[in-house]
Design a protein around this ligand. Structure first.
Ligand code: CU
Length: 139
């Protein structure tokens, strides 16, 4: 009886620790910063457009992040063309979204500071304008 009681108290302690740690942690479920982009076509142009927050309505916005923070970027298909988001400097390539309204999210940790391109390589979209910059600020 006594042993069972001790076990439950320890278990509760461990759970409480896990919950506390979870609340403070950053990780894929707790990004330090998140941005949302929508794909748009304007005539021949293919573009990323900011979909909320500080970058709302901005074309191919600069995305400011801190080095070593967990960063989340969501791309929403806004035009029914094939799109993805690639950031080769951080070894990132999202899934392709092909239908209007479909989303894909990438999560990564920028491990070096500087300016790095993000773009869509599908169907010549990068050459047609679908490219922006991630600005990683040194911590
Ligand atoms: Cu594209």
């Amino acid at each position: 009886m006594m042993k069972t009681g001790v076990f439950f108290i320890s278990l509760f302690g461990v759970l409480a620790l896990m919950i506390t740690a979870g609340a403070n942690a950053t990780g894929p479920d707790h990004p330090a910063v998140s941005y949302t982009l929508t794909s748009e076509m304007k005539g021949e142009k293919r573009l990323f457009v900011g979909a909320g927050g500080k970058i709302k309505g901005m074309v191919n916005p600069d995305l400011f992040v801190n080095e070593w923070d967990v960063v989340e970027i969501t791309l929403i298909n806004g035009d029914n063309l094939n799109h993805h988001i690639a950031i080769p400097n951080f070894h990132i390539l999202s899934e392709t979204v092909s239908e209007k309204g479909k989303k894909t999210t990438i999560t990564f940790v920028p491990f070096k500071s500087g300016g790095f391109a993000y773009y869509c390589l599908l169907d010549n979209h990068r050459a047609l304008g679908m490219e922006g910059k991630i600005v990683v600020v040194k911590k």
